[in-house]
Design a protein around this ligand. Structure first.
Ligand SMILES: [Zn+2]
Length: 388
C-alpha cells in the first residue's frame, strides 16, 4: 500500500539565504493577498468566481512587468493559488471562516510542488530523435545531501531521522527565527501485520490524557506540564514589560522559543503514544466527538484543548492506516452512562468519576467504563462482537 507522509527537519541557511527566503515569503504573501482581492473584485463585477487557472495566467503576464517576480522560483509562486483555492473550499464547505488577507506573521511557508531529479523525454525538432534527459527541479538534494534550491543555493539540513520513500514535494517554513524543511514523501508500507491485540476502545480522559478499555491509561507527561507552566510565566512577564523596549524584545524572543519547545514536546508525545497504539491494536475505536461543540462546554474546554485530543486522533488515524490497522470513529451514545457489564443506564453528572451499577454491582472508573462501551459499539459495527 502506498501512503503519503511528512518528515520535518531543521535547516540552517546562512544570513544571505535567510534574507532571500524572507523576501520570497513576502512576495508569496503579496501574491496571495492580491489574488484574494482580485477574486473579490471579480466576483462583485461578474457574480462568478475567478479560477486558479485565470490567476495563473495573470501571474505569467505580471512577470513581464514586475521583474522581482522572477527573482524566485516559479513553483512556490504558483502554489500560492492552490492555497487560496483551498481556503475558499474550506470556507464553502463550512470548515473555516471567509479567507482573510494574510499578515507577515501569518504567512510563513512556501511549497515546491516537484522535487528531485526526473527523467524527461526530449524530442529533437530537427531530427525527430527522442532523448531521455535528467531534469533537476527547483528543489532537490545535492550529492552532499544538502537541500538545493534554485536561485538560493545549497542549505544544510539536519536529518535527525532517515528520510524514507520518494519525496514528492517540500515545504520551507519559518518558525520564529528558525527554518524547517517539511518533505512530503510517498512510501510503501507492509500490509500484513501481526497485531498483539485485536481491538481497544479509547476515551478522552479528564484527569488522564486517555483511558483504554483494558483499564490502562495514557497520562500527560510531567515534563510537558512543567514546560507549559514555564511558558505561561514567561508570557506573564512579557505582558508586564514596556512594549518595544530592549528587554521586552528579548523576552518576546524568549517566549517564542518556549512556544516552539512546548509545541515540539507535545507533538513528540502525541507521536509516540499514537505510534504505540497503532502497533498494538488492529482496530482502535474512539468517539466521534465534534471537538468544536465540546469546547463550548466550559467544563471540558480546558482539558480538551490542552490535551490535543483532535491532533492525537489525526495522528493515530494515519498511523493505524500506515500500519495496516484502522481507527474507527463511533457515534457517542450514552457511552459514559450505560453499564458496560449489564447494559443498564446509570445516569450521572460529569463530576461523578466512578460508575457504580446498582443492578449488576460492577464498579468502574467512569472513563474506563466508557472505553469498554466504545469498544463494544465498535466491534458491533464491524460485525466482530462476540456472540452470546
Ligand atoms: Zn451493570
Amino acid at each position: 500500500m502506498l501512503v503519503r507522509m511528512n518528515y520535518k527537519y531543521e535547516m540552517f541557511p546562512n544570513e544571505e539565504q535567510m534574507e532571500t527566503m524572507n523576501c520570497w515569503l513576502s512576495i508569496c504573501r503579496h501574491q496571495y493577498n492580491s489574488a484574494l482581492l482580485d477574486k473579490q473584485r471579480f466576483y462583485q463585477k461578474n457574480k462568478t468566481g475567478l479560477s486558479r487557472h485565470a490567476l495563473q495566467k495573470k501571474q505569467t503576464k505580471d512577470k513581464q512587468r514586475f521583474k522581482f517576480l522572477k527573482t524566485m522560483p516559479s513553483q512556490p509562486l504558483q502554489e500560492v493559488f492552490f492555497r487560496l483555492e483551498k481556503a475558499y473550499k474550506n470556507f464553502f464547505e463550512g470548515r473555516t471562516r471567509y479567507p482573510k488577507l494574510k499578515k507577515h506573521k501569518d504567512y510563513t511557508s512556501m511549497t515546491f510542488t516537484q522535487f528531485g531529479v526526473d527523467k524527461r523525454k526530449i524530442k529533437n525538432k530537427k531530427t525527430g530523435d527522442v532523448n531521455v534527459q535528467d531534469v533537476r527541479y527547483a528543489a532537490s538534494l545535492d550529492e552532499n545531501n544538502h537541500l538545493l534550491i534554485s536561485k538560493l543555493g545549497a542549505v544544510y539540513v539536519n536529518f535527525h531521522r532517515p528520510l524514507e520513500g520518494k519525496v514528492k514535494q517540500v515545504t520551507i517554513k519559518r518558525q520564529s527565527n528558525r527554518w524547517f524543511a517539511i518533505f512530503s514523501v510517498e512510501r510503501h508500507v507492509n500490509e500484513t501485520v501481526d497485531f498483539p491485540v485485536q481491538s481497544t476502545g479509547v476515551d478522552v480522559g479528564i484527569q488522564k490524557f486517555a483511558v483504554l478499555s483494558d483499564g490502562s491509561n495514557v497520562e500527560n507527561p510531567r515534563f510537558l506540564l512543567k514546560a507549559e507552566k514555564t511558558l505561561k510565566r514567561a508570557q506573564k512577564k512579557l505582558s508586564r514589560m514596556k512594549q518595544g523596549s530592549n528587554n521586552w524584545k528579548k523576552q518576546r524572543q524568549n517566549v517564542q522559543q518556549l512556544h516552539i519547545k512546548v509545541a515540539n514536546q507535545r507533538r513528540d508525545f502525541l507521536h509516540k503514544r499514537s505510534y504505540h497504539l497503532a502497533k498494538t491494536y488492529k482496530f482502535v475505536f474512539v468517539e466521534d466527538l465534534k471537538i468544536q461543540n465540546m469546547v463550548k462546554n466550559r467544563h471540558l474546554a480546558k482539558s480538551i484543548h490542552d490535551a490535543g485530543w483532535g491532533a492525537f486522533c489525526r495522528k493515530l488515524e494515519y498511523k493505524c492506516r500506515n500500519n495496516g490497522g484502522a481507527l474507527i470513529r463511533i457515534k457517542p451514545h450514552y457511552t459514559s452512562q450505560d453499564c458496560s457489564s449489564c447494559g443498564k443506564r446509570v445516569k450521572k453528572a460529569l463530576s461523578v468519576r466512578t460508575h457504580v451499577c446498582q443492578s449488576c454491582g460492577v464498579v468502574l472508573d467512569r472513563d474506563h467504563n466508557a472505553a469498554i462501551n466504545i469498544e463494544k459499539i465498535g466491534l458491533d459495527l464491524l460485525g466482530l462482537s462476540p456472540t452470546l
